[in-house]
Design a protein around this ligand. Structure first.
Ligand SMILES: NC(=O)c1ccc[n+]([C@@H]2O[C@H](COP(=O)([O-])OP(=O)(O)OC[C@H]3O[C@@H](n4cnc5c(N)ncnc54)[C@H](OP(=O)(O)O)[C@@H]3O)[C@@H](O)[C@H]2O)c1
Length: 307
């Protein structure tokens, strides 16, 4: 049998060249199969990608103004969730009728967040599993976690997104159980992010029996909501999530922990807000999630005002 035909190069715009976007861009540039540029706020000429066992500095094309952008085949949205509205002008310039928009963000509501800016473009919500760290504006480090780096739905656009990464170091998997995977990732974030941010302590805080018990209550509410949303979550899903979290090194931080320490706005609405809103739709009470959401919103709003 002859090998599958190589796919033609795609034009790709990466918006949000931070930890996650820098790594996605760096992996695509490493393979050199597509025509990629980054949409940034400050000029950049190159991108250094560190990954286990290697480091490479790659030439990078970067645009600093949406006015210079034209429609592309693919847009990768890699900002924080609350930064999506601000990239509206980029999305409006980059999206034509044939454009596909992959949203590499935590939480729920990927398609809803970009919908006001993309016309009829198709959206691929993506779950990010890899750990990304931004060492400098032009330097990122990839630490793979688990058996895949990104998961997308097993449909035509999901498969097309996965194919973009063929030949790159990033392992993109398609899944027929996407809703369940999305909720499992959301549950991890719903427990670890608020507890580390509110206590200003790293993952070790989850080992306290009182915090562990609080996490189980928060997760119990969220699991009930996730099931109502169609996720195939187990009876003991909350306990499984906590067991998984306890395998993480106690010294690891979470993005919400780092954002709190740095006085940056938090992704509270995309994570806890999404759980509370879905609970309201299904008539499922989520008082603990609501309490954490209120506290985190207060911290986040103060950061926005200060910033
Ligand atoms: N980091 C991880 O390990 C990890 C893992 C799983 C999921 N996630 C999720 O992935 C998403 C991205 O997170 P991240 O860690 O990559 O965030 P990040 O490091 O803060 O990167 C966000 C990037 O967006 C850029 N940006 C923000 N507003 C912009 C605008 N108006 N125009 C152009 N660029 C703009 C920022 O640029 P500036 O440099 O100009 O500020 C920054 O480069 C989040 O939803 C996060 O929860 C992260």
């Amino acid at each position: 049998m002859s090998p599958p035909a190589a796919q033609p190069p795609s034009t790709i715009a990466v918006i949000g060249l931070g930890s996650i976007g820098g790594i996605a861009a760096g992996c695509l540039l490493t393979a050199g199969l597509h025509d990629l540029f980054a949409c940034v706020r400050r000029p950049l000429q190159s991108l250094t990608l560190d990954r286990p066992g290697s480091s490479a500095t790659l030439p990078l094309r970067a645009l600093t103004s949406p006015d210079a952008a034209q429609p592309v085949d693919w847009v990768l949205v890699c900002t924080k969730t609350h930064e999506t509205e601000a990239i509206g002008p980029w999305l409006q310039r980059l999206c034509g009728p044939a454009t596909r928009v992959a949203v590499l963000q935590n939480g729920l509501g990927h398609a809803e967040r970009v919908a006001p800016f993309i016309g009829g473009a198709a959206v691929v919500p993506a779950i990010v599993y890899y750990n990304g760290e931004r060492l400098a504006p032009d330097h990122v480090r990839l630490t793979p976690v688990g058996e895949r780096d990104v998961a997308v739905s097993d449909d035509a656009t999901g498969r097309a997104f996965a194919a973009l990464f063929d030949g790159t170091p990033l392992r993109v998997a398609t899944s027929a159980e996407f809703t369940t995977l999305l909720w499992r990732k959301l549950l991890i974030n719903a427990a670890a992010n608020p507890m580390t941010a509110l206590t200003r302590q790293r993952q070790a805080v989850l080992r306290r029996p009182d915090i562990h018990a609080l996490c189980l209550t928060v997760l119990g509410e969220a699991v009930a909501v996730g099931r109502a949303e169609g996720a195939a979550l187990a009876e003991d899903e909350a306990e499984r999530i906590m067991a998984a979290l306890l395998t993480y090194a106690p010294g690891l931080g979470t993005s919400m922990y780092f954002d709190t320490l740095a006085g940056r706005p938090l992704e509270a609405d995309a994570i806890l807000g999404a759980i509370v809103a879905a609970g309201e739709r299904h008539g499922i009470p989520t008082p603990c999630n609501q309490t954490l959401l209120t506290l985190l919103r207060a911290i986040s709003d103060a950061a926005k005002t200060a910033g």
